[in-house]
Every structure is written in C-alpha cells, then in structure tokens.
Design a protein around this ligand. Structure first.
Ligand SMILES: Cc1cc2nc3c(=O)[nH]c(=O)nc-3n(C[C@H](O)[C@H](O)[C@H](O)COP(=O)(O)O)c2cc1C
Length: 130
C-alpha cells in the first residue's frame, strides 16, 4: 500500500521566486532517491503539498519539511493508505492553486467528510493541467 499525506502551510517567501525553484530542484532529486512522488501547489501566500510513498519514508520527510523556515503553520490535513499512487509520473509536480481550487479545498478541510478521493481527484486535475 502507498501512504499519502497532504498538508497545507503559509509561506514566508513570495510565489514563483527562486525559493520555489530551490525547493523543487531539491525535491526532484531527493524524492527520486526516496521513492517519493507528489505534487506541490502554490497559492500567493501558501503551499499545499501531497507526498506519497512508503509510510516511514513519507513521515520522516514530512517531519523534515515541517521544520523548514520557508513556511509555517504547517497543518496535516489528510493521511491515508491507498493501493496506487496518484502522482506516479512526478517526483514532485508544481502547479498553481486558483481561487476556486482554494475555496474548494477550504470547504473540504472545514467539513467532516472522509471522502478524500474528491480532494485527490481535484489535485490530480490541477497537476495534469499545470
Ligand atoms: C513547501 C516545501 C516543500 C518541500 N518539499 C520537499 C520535498 O518534497 N522533498 C524534499 O526533499 N525536500 C522538500 N523541501 C525541502 C525540505 O524542507 C528541506 O529543506 C530539505 O529536505 C533539506 O535537505 P537537506 O537536509 O539534505 O539539506 C520542501 C520545503 C518546503 C518549504
């Protein structure tokens, strides 16, 4: 089974700058070595990231990411075990969250629905369109 973890955070750095490139280039190299795939979505002042792979590996990477000073208010939203990866083709894809995507996710995170599949479907669509 594949462990998927989704978190959101507020960024301390502006969207699209060299910091995003630094994060991505590190993630692309390191995640390939770790067997981790996923997606990093950017809002003006925040991140939403999915990490997927072996549970222990994903948890250890997340604890490292959580302490990174380039963001704060890191909030774990979803973790689950699934039979297949959602982002198998990407060591870490990068995309932008529109206002509509952001509102959709905020509604999902505020509710108590356990239907996480719709969240991952939406994020997959954003990734494919990016
Ligand atoms: C929003 C965000 C997402 C990140 N995602 C990843 C990631 O997917 N993989 C990764 O290796 N590092 C990621 N990082 C970087 C890690 O937090 C950390 O800087 C890096 O793993 C440190 O590696 P080092 O100890 O080998 O220098 C991310 C950082 C931020 C702020």
């Amino acid at each position: 089974m594949i462990y998927q973890l989704l978190y959101t955070s507020r960024s301390t750095v502006p969207r699209g700058g060299h910091t995003d490139l630094d994060i991505l280039s590190h993630a692309l190299t390191n995640n390939r070595l770790l067997g981790v795939t996923g997606c990093l979505l950017r809002e003006e002042d925040g991140f939403c990231q999915v990490l997927e792979g072996a549970k222990d590996t994903v948890r250890a990477l997340f604890e490292q990411i959580r302490c990174d000073p380039r963001h704060f208010a890191v909030t774990e939203r979803i973790n689950r075990l699934v039979p297949m990866r959602s982002f198998a083709s990407w060591s870490m894809c990068y995309g932008a969250l529109s206002a509509a995507d952001r509102a959709f996710l905020a509604r999902r995170f505020a509710g108590d629905s356990r239907n996480f599949a719709v969240v991952f479907d939406r994020i997959q669509k954003i990734a494919v369109a990016s």
